[in-house]
Design a protein around this ligand. Structure first.
Ligand SMILES: Cc1cc2nc3c(=O)[nH]c(=O)nc-3n(C[C@H](O)[C@H](O)[C@H](O)COP(=O)(O)OP(=O)(O)OC[C@H]3O[C@@H](n4cnc5c(N)ncnc54)[C@H](O)[C@@H]3O)c2cc1C
Length: 438
């Protein structure tokens, strides 16, 4: 697409900035660090950068992918293209350089459909593949987590300082958005001078989006007066996004945390294959492979596993930690028989409904949109990932819940806290949701 090629010009400074900010691990050679982190995604680069801020520590990150700016260009960098290649029922349009291309087995309860589980494979991980929506968990959701693991570090009050430490907040530019697309100025949820993750609002509001508040009100939802980052979500609001307000590009764990960690050593395009345990079942290192060459990265202090929801348990299992019967079936020597590892995945199904809108750009309009996007103050539809106004609601307490089974209603009521939204209503206005691609 012509528009995409033109906008690439704006990307080169970003790549060089990030490339200067870390140490490249020497591939093919065994090495020892204090901390070895598996997975340079959302969590891995955040933890890596925080640890490496202590100059007395040596920290290495192992990442199977590379730079998404190079491997996926605008589709990962320009917010408007966030849904490119995000096809949930096939690999059509998916880029194997930045996506693991996981396909499920046919799902019996979903008419045998195979699903594509999109997972980022790059420095930045899924924070480089997601829809840029920035919102915090609810107070009750975090309390449920804290209670489940019997560790109050995960309660809202104890997590909030870390949410605040990571995010640099910039209020919406009302002068660049439609007058009736007012975003809450959420300053109270953020700390001045914090960061490095950039949290802001797009320099654009889609006209379609201005009708959504009325639609949400009709559904019985109220406006969230303090926005989406104060621990309560039942309601609706223009959502904050992980977007750099200086150039309206995606802010990921790579652009934010990797760029701020000059002493972090990164092994990119390197596959972690197995965690090495010693005789006392302590993780001592990681067997890795890059360019066909195997080597080991040893850890003086800790191996940190942050390979995402699917591959963290998978790596544990291939390393001998998991249900003994499953490991034995695959001739994997058992280090620890932990039956829960790799089991009980719970996920949120998404249903996409599409309507034709006069505000979806045609090819000529998309091409024209490149000019304001590439020109300061970086405006127009390309600045928006499309998911602008978002609503959260309960369904189990609604009249239509009678169409749900009794066990569903009772499971929802008994398993989740009162402030836990059961549905998220994402009103995407730029015509780039997966249903459009199918
Ligand atoms: C399509 C999509 C849209 C989303 N939209 C949003 C959104 O708008 N807002 C939001 O808050 N959340 C969103 N999410 C969820 C959010 O992005 C993820 O929950 C979050 O990024 C997960 O972080 P993580 O660190 O656990 O994993 P990841 O960020 O996925 O990081 C895991 C990293 O480990 C690497 N890795 C895995 N195995 C190995 C191995 N063996 N060797 C080396 N490296 C390995 C991967 O390549 C990856 O870089 C979305 C997710 C997807 C997929």
């Amino acid at each position: 697409m012509l528009g995409q090629r033109k906008a690439v010009i704006a990307l080169f400074p970003l790549v060089t900035t990030a490339a200067r900010a870390y140490i490249t691990g020497v591939s093919g050679h065994n090495a020892t660090y204090d901390y070895v982190i598996i997975g340079g995604g959302t969590a891995g680069l955040t933890v890596g950068a925080r640890l490496a801020a202590d100059s007395s520590l040596s920290v290495a990150v192992i990442e199977a992918g590379g730079f998404y700016e190079i491997d996926n260009g605008n589709a990962s960098v320009v917010p408007f293209y966030a849904a490119e290649g995000i096809n949930t029922t096939s690999l059509q349009g998916s880029n194997p350089l930045v996506d693991w291309q996981f396909l499920t087995v046919p799902q019996p309860s979903l008419l045998g459909q195979i699903y594509h589980y999109i997972r980022g494979k790059c420095l930045g991980g899924s924070s480089a593949r997601n829809f840029l929506i920035y919102q915090r968990a609810t107070v009750g959701a975090l309390q449920k987590w804290a209670d489940a693991v019997d560790d109050q570090s995960y309660s809202w009050a104890n997590i909030l300082p870390f949410y605040q430490k990571s995010a640099a907040y910039t209020p919406a530019r009302a002068d660049l958005r439609l007058p009736n697309a007012t975003a809450v100025n959420d300053t109270g949820a953020f700390l001045a001078g914090a960061g490095p993750l950039q949290v802001s609002y797009p320099n654009y509001a889609n006209p379609v989006g201005t009708f959504y508040p009325g639609a949400f009100e009709e559904l019985g939802l109220g406006a969230l007066p303090h926005g989406v980052n104060t621990g309560s979500l039942i309601g609706y609001a223009y959502s904050t996004v992980t977007e750099d307000p200086t150039d309206e590009t995606r802010s990921s764990s790579q652009t934010a945390f990797l760029s701020s960690a000059p002493s972090l050593t990164v092994y990119s395009k390197t596959m972690a294959q197995k965690i090495v345990f010693d005789g006392s079942k302590t993780a001592r290192g990681v067997n890795v492979k890059a360019n066909g060459v195997s080597f080991t990265l040893f850890a003086n202090k800790e191996v940190i596993l942050s390979a995402g929801a699917f591959q963290s348990p998978q790596l544990l299992m291939v390393s001998g930690v998991g249900p003994a019967d499953v490991l034995e079936q695959h001739n994997i020597p058992v280090v620890a028989d932990l039956p829960g590892v790799g089991q009980n995945l719970q996920d949120n199904p998404a249903v996409f409904v599409g309507y034709t809108s006069p505000f979806v750009l045609d090819a000529a309009q998309l091409d024209a949109a490149v000019v304001p996007y590439n020109t300061k103050p970086h405006t127009g539809q390309l600045t928006s990932p499309g998911s602008e106004v978002i609503g959260w609601d309960k369904v189990s307490n609604k009249a239509f819940a009678t169409s749900l089974s009794k066990s569903t209603v009772s499971d929802l009521a008994s398993s989740f806290p009162a402030d836990w939204p059961e549905v998220e209503l994402i009103a995407n206005a730029n015509g780039k949701f997966p249903s459009i691609h199918r």
